[in-house]
Design a protein around this ligand. Structure first.
Ligand SMILES: [Zn+2]
Length: 508
């Protein structure tokens, strides 16, 4: 997630390339009839989408989540029931499971990530609003279990379970109600629109003999989770249109249902009367949700171009759907698997090139975060700097070398010259940052300088390396050590000093 982009770039001339249907008069007549019947949205939703063999193969052996969500608009809440078939793939015997209830950080101002001084007024225009999770049922293999909420922000749900040896499995069941705060954030409701990122309880990552319990730091994205298979049933009043990481269809009973295999999270936005534009890239359906039709089409055009560009550069996008969702928050964007939230102010007239770059950056996260997971709390550069670099490559592909050079200068080279307080480097964990602008300049922009250096240094350029990296680590987590070791093996030499120089050396 990031705050608004720094402006001052030269303006690109961007042709408007809207998708055209070209299906002839019969199709147009059928569409008109459906429009007349109010069936536009259903017409644009085929009953099912194809899940590629590669995605099916990646889903084998992963944990399975079966989730039912019911929106309770009067209570501004979401009733959640969740069944997780958990396979102990940690290699160790476990006597507890840890899930993250990120929403609990919104219980009080002291821990809410939206209450950071620089964000407070924009996130809470009507004053503080409480969010949080009330648990009603926690069962393991049908038996009630003891649990505790840990961490200052109460986001760590630790469930004691009978000893579970490595390789064994069991079933966890949770029932809870998530109260959604009135908050312009990745989790919150604004003007009847629900932005539901990081609401669904997910298992944390287990590394180095312990469950990760990172706090909800207000700068950066502290979320870590392994890929899993999701099945979702969604019950919302008829006036809501859901955008979701999973491809949802509405059954005759009025319930929306869908699945998302091999993904590390699942997010939704619930809209009232959005404008929806739809297109495709290869087998992938691309949806764009915004306040007005022209805005939805504009973002769709950018999303399609970005998805195509990064599929060509870094390997195919594997999910059946990609949704780009206008969101009410004071950020440029926020990434989730198969779904990006984009700050709605960037849909305004005159903001087209900012919107395009934001959509490109967020779409790049589908490769660097969603496909290749990394430690977003301790090594935030590992997705942010890579996405910033990928965005530059997108610009070069779309607008040529001179636009690329200009943007590279404005974003990366200028950031390298900027002075930043303290000993902050791109390799610094998010918990050490207290200023959003410093975070952006150091982790995104200075971090991207590493990729530019690798581009000079590697015979196949940085793109060749990143393509191999995505192929090697797709659907897995790549630690900083994995990145270093993979780079050394790829380059056939010790890149350690270069990484140390770009990621860990303080600049004066
Ligand atoms: Zn990002």
């Amino acid at each position: 997630m990031e705050r608004g982009w720094k402006m001052g770039r030269n303006r690109c001339i961007i042709p408007m390339l809207f998708p055209r249907s070209g299906r002839g008069k019969a199709a147009a007549a059928a569409l008109l009839m459906l429009l007349a019947a109010g069936g536009w949205f259903l017409f644009h939703r085929p009953a099912a989408v194809k899940v590629s063999p590669a995605l099916r193969a990646a889903s084998e052996g992963l944990n399975d989540y079966e989730i039912t969500l019911r929106l309770l608009p009067e209570e501004q809440a979401l009733a959640i029931s969740e069944t997780v078939r958990f396979r102990n793939g940690t290699g160790e015997t476990l006597d507890s499971l840890v899930l993250r209830l990120w929403l609990n950080a919104f219980q009080k101002e002291e821990t809410s990530p939206a209450a950071l001084d620089a964000l407070y007024d924009a996130c809470y225009p009507s004053g503080f609003s409480q969010g949080g999770v009330t648990l009603y049922d926690v069962r393991w293999n049908d038996a009630q279990m003891k649990y505790s909420l840990e961490g200052e922000d109460g986001t760590v749900l630790r469930i004691e379970i009978p000893s579970l040896p490595a390789g064994e499995e069991g079933t966890l069941f949770l029932r809870c109600v998530a109260r959604i705060p009135s908050c312009a954030y990745r989790t919150g409701t604004v003007d009847g629109q629900y932005q539901l990122g990081n609401v669904i309880p997910l298992l944390s990552c287990y590394t180095d003999g312990a469950w990760r319990t990172d706090a909800y730091h207000p700068i950066g994205d502290p979320f870590l989770s392994e890929c899993a298979n999701f099945r979702l049933t969604l019950d919302v009043p008829q006036e809501y249109t859901p955008a979701c990481s999973a491809y949802l269809t509405r059954g005759k009973n009025g319930l929306w249902q869908g699945e998302l295999p091999a993904a590390r999270d699942i997010a939704l936005v619930l809209y009232k009367n959005p404008a929806v534009a739809m297109g495709s890239v290869g087998e992938t359906k691309v949806y764009s949700y915004a306040a007005a039709e022209a805005e939805a089409k504009q973002a769709l055009a950018y999303a399609r171009k970005a998805l195509q560009a990064f599929s060509d550069l870094y390997g195919n996008y594997p999910y059946p759907v990609y949704s780009v969702c206008s969101a009410a928050f004071p950020f440029s964007g926020m990434e989730y698997p198969a779904l990006s939230m984009i700050g709605r102010e960037y849909y305004a007239k005159g903001q087209e090139d900012s919107l395009e770059l934001i959509v490109a950056h967020e779409t790049a996260h589908q490769w660097f975060y969603a496909l290749v997971g990394s430690d977003q709390a301790l090594s935030p550069w590992q997705d942010e700097a890579l996405c910033e670099y990928a965005m530059l490559r997108y610009v070069r592909r779309q607008y040529g070398q001179s636009s690329y050079e200009t943007l590279k200068y404005l974003r990366v080279e200028a950031a390298v010259m900027e002075s930043v307080p303290g000993g902050l480097t791109p390799g610094t964990p998010i918990s050490d940052f207290s200023d959003l602008d410093d975070y952006h300049a150091v982790v995104y922009d200075r971090g991207a300088a590493l990729l530019l250096a690798l581009d000079e240094f590697l015979p196949g350029g940085a793109d060749g390396f990143l393509r191999a990296y995505v192929q090697r680590f797709s659907f897995h987590m790549a630690s900083r050590a994995d990145f270093d070791a993979f780079l050394n093996a790829y380059a056939g030499l010790d890149a350690g000093p270069l990484l140390l120089d770009y990621l860990d050396t303080k600049m004066d």
